[in-house]
Design a protein around this ligand. Structure first.
Ligand SMILES: N=c1c2ncn([C@@H]3O[C@H](COP(=O)(O)OP(=O)(O)OP(=O)(O)O)[C@@H](O)[C@H]3O)c2ncn1[C@@H]1O[C@H](COP(=O)(O)O)[C@@H](O)[C@H]1O
Length: 105
């Protein structure tokens, strides 16, 4: 099993844990707006690291972002498999072609 799938399973298990001993449970207890806010913060920190930090900082921020995104997806009942399936569906379609087809409609 790959790392993201294992992490998704761990997040799923930890959602119902004691917020005193689990960061995932604590986030969940604070509710969807807090989880979504954390994704926004981590995305911003990733952008800042990409523009001004070194590779290690960017790697750390990207890990924070992926982790919090998985928590958000889990809270909304969207699985990693759903997202992978959407990426698979897009595979081979240039973003430029997809954009052009939207503006033609
Ligand atoms: N991958 C992660 C992971 N990445 C980042 N984080 C935490 O995410 C938090 C984000 O950092 P911040 O500096 O933004 O947090 P903060 O200062 O507490 O910010 P606020 O929430 O107070 O705004 C930190 O507390 C990190 O430790 C993570 N916490 C947990 N995991 C995974 O989730 C599993 C379950 O964790 P628990 O639910 O804590 O058992 C762990 O075993 C790990 O595999």
């Amino acid at each position: 099993m790959d790392t993201l799938t294992r992490l998704e399973q761990t997040i799923c298990q930890r959602m119902g844990a004691d917020p005193a001993t689990s960061y995932v449970a604590r986030l969940h207890a604070k509710g969807l707006p807090k989880i979504a806010q954390k994704v926004g913060e981590e995305a911003t920190e990733t952008v800042i690291a990409a523009l001004g930090g070194d590779k290690a900082e960017l790697t750390g921020e990207a890990a924070d972002l992926l982790f919090h995104l998985l928590v958000l997806l889990n809270a909304k009942g969207v699985s990693l498999a759903d997202v992978i399936a959407e990426l698979d569906r897009r595979e081979g379609t240039s973003g430029l072609d997809e954009k052009a087809s939207r503006s033609a409609n």
